[in-house]
Design a protein around this ligand. Structure first.
Ligand SMILES: Cc1cc2nc3c(=O)[nH]c(=O)nc-3n(C[C@H](O)[C@H](O)[C@H](O)COP(=O)(O)OP(=O)(O)OC[C@H]3O[C@@H](n4cnc5c(N)ncnc54)[C@H](O)[C@@H]3O)c2cc1C
Length: 441
């Protein structure tokens, strides 16, 4: 089953030349293109399927600073401002609102971890409120039970994954950028070692700058250029219930299940961090680098099946530029949801919020979270291929930080002062196999 997603018409013609070609029309690619078009660059986005149809429409919709790793917090904070600014500047509806995120718990260790993060966040100027048992029980009254404590982060929020990426692409087109769906980029042309064009299934676009924002496909695409980008994908499942009359919390997380209101009043239900890892040759190749990540998350990550191989996104194959590639065979990665996870997620959600018991399941879907070994994305020019900017490996956090990442990419391309320090995201760190600190989900 596919998640809800606004559809968008493509631009009529592929340009023969562009200042920048963005490969991949997820939230990262469209925000990068939008900020570059605002600076007067000619930009073309090529997307092998539909705008937003992979991870960017399959997520919960959380845009959060709460519990963010120090390396990503500046990007998260700036992104929240940019979500608001985008709506004001473009008039487009992404469904974003600063509804606040609520976390509830009866586990004292977990509550203590949140308090520690609150102390760190204060040093970065981010406000979050610890909730006493009485306050948590009052704020979480829809659950009908007592809680030992919690957190409320009032400046965080959610956007609607069914609306956001197409809204940004529509704004980009009004600025003169072009968007080409069902148009896979097969590879990059080089002249003197530098990017000179992007070869697509519909023709070549001459350019000196290519931004690759291809999500789960990044490692296999980079391999064609001799770039090592360690990536593992985790298949996660989401359940959606139809719009309901009862007012439930907009965004509520507990260790057992999380609930998020979509802008049409329906709710996304999910178990945080739970996923399946489908065995692929790429996974085996990078396994040693991912040991710290899987060691940290093993409680919620289970062995998968053939969905990873079926998707083709972790192919180790080399392909030519004159014949269809694995990306044209899988226009949209739409893996099967995990049936056991669907059942357990809904049962846990009803146990938490009994009102959901009347709703029934509307649909369920899955998405591949593309992760790096340290859980922090790779953003920046790859020194082996001048003119090639990588922006992938968003490790389950990329939707909320999409605007900040897109702005940073535009800064790097135009040589502007970066909106925040790009150093933690430098893709050069993936050349070594040293294990970095693994970010939390
Ligand atoms: C179940 C789930 C829950 C999540 N929850 C959250 C959340 O609450 N908050 C949050 O911040 N993040 C969340 N995430 C993560 C978030 O969705 C991703 O990090 C983010 O959407 C990544 O955006 P992207 O643009 O990098 O990738 P994608 O959205 O996957 O887009 C990449 C696009 O590139 C295209 N592409 C690839 N190669 C080519 C090519 N060669 N030519 C043309 N097109 C190509 C693909 O078709 C795809 O459309 C979640 C993810 C999942 C799966």
């Amino acid at each position: 089953m596919q998640p809800p997603l606004r559809s968008l018409d493509s631009s009529p013609q592929l340009p023969s030349h562009a200042d920048v070609v963005v490969i991949g029309g997820g939230i990262i690619g469209v925000f990068a293109a939008y900020y570059m078009a605002r600076r007067g660059l000619s930009v073309a986005v090529v997307e092998k399927g539909r705008i937003g149809a992979e991870q960017s429409s399959r997520n919960w919709g959380w845009c959060r600073q709460q519990n963010r790793d120090a390396r990503e917090l500046p990007m998260a904070t700036r992104s929240l401002e940019l979500w608001e600014q985008f709506a004001a500047d473009s008039g487009e509806d992404t469904g974003f609102s600063r509804c606040g995120l609520m976390y509830l718990s009866n586990d004292e260790e977990e509550i203590a971890r949140w308090a520690k993060w609150r102390d760190f966040a204060r040093t970065a100027g981010v406000t979050t409120h610890m909730l006493s048992g009485r306050e948590a029980t009052e704020r979480g009254r829809a659950t009908g039970r007592a809680w030992k404590g919690g957190v409320f982060s009032p400046s965080d929020g959610t956007a609607d994954p069914g609306k956001a990426a197409p809204a940004v692409a529509a704004a980009l087109m009004r600025l003169g950028g072009s968007v080409h769906q069902n148009c896979a980029a097969r590879g990059i042309e080089l002249e003197g070692g530098r990017v000179s064009g992007v070869v697509t299934e519909a023709g070549t676009i001459k350019t000196r700058t290519a931004v690759y924002a291809g999500g789960a496909w990044a490692s296999s695409f980079c391999r064609q250029l001799g770039i090592r980008f360690p990536q593992a994908t985790v298949r996660q499942t989401i359940v959606r219930v139809p719009p309901m009359a009862q007012q439930l919390p907009d965004a509520l997380h507990t260790a057992r299940v999380s609930v998020t209101r979509r802008s049409d009043g329906s709710y996304n239900l999910a178990i945080s961090g739970r996923g399946r890892v489908d065995p692929t040759a790429q996974l085996l190749r990078f396994a040693p680098q991912f040991l710290p990540m899987f060691a940290k998350r093993w409680r919620n990550v289970f062995p998968g099946g053939l969905e990873g191989i079926r998707g083709g996104h972790e192919s180790l194959a080399r392909w030519g530029l004159d014949a269809p590639t694995p990306m044209e065979r899988a226009r949209i990665l739409n893996p099967r949801p995990d049936a056991a996870a669907v059942k357990q997620t809904y049962e846990r959600a009803v146990e938490l919020l009994p009102a959901l018991g009347h709703a029934g399941i509307a649909n369920a879907w899955a998405g591949f979270v593309d992760s790096t070994p340290d859980g922090v994305p790779g953003i920046g020019e790859v020194w082996e291929v001048p003119g090639f900017i990588l922006a992938a490996g968003f490790s389950g956090h990329g939707f909320g930080i999409g605007p900040g990442a897109g702005h940073l990419i535009a800064d790097l391309v135009t040589g502007a002062e970066p909106i925040f320090d790009p150093a933690p995201y430098n893709p050069a760190r993936f050349k070594q196999s040293a294990w970095g600190k693994v970010a939390d989900f």
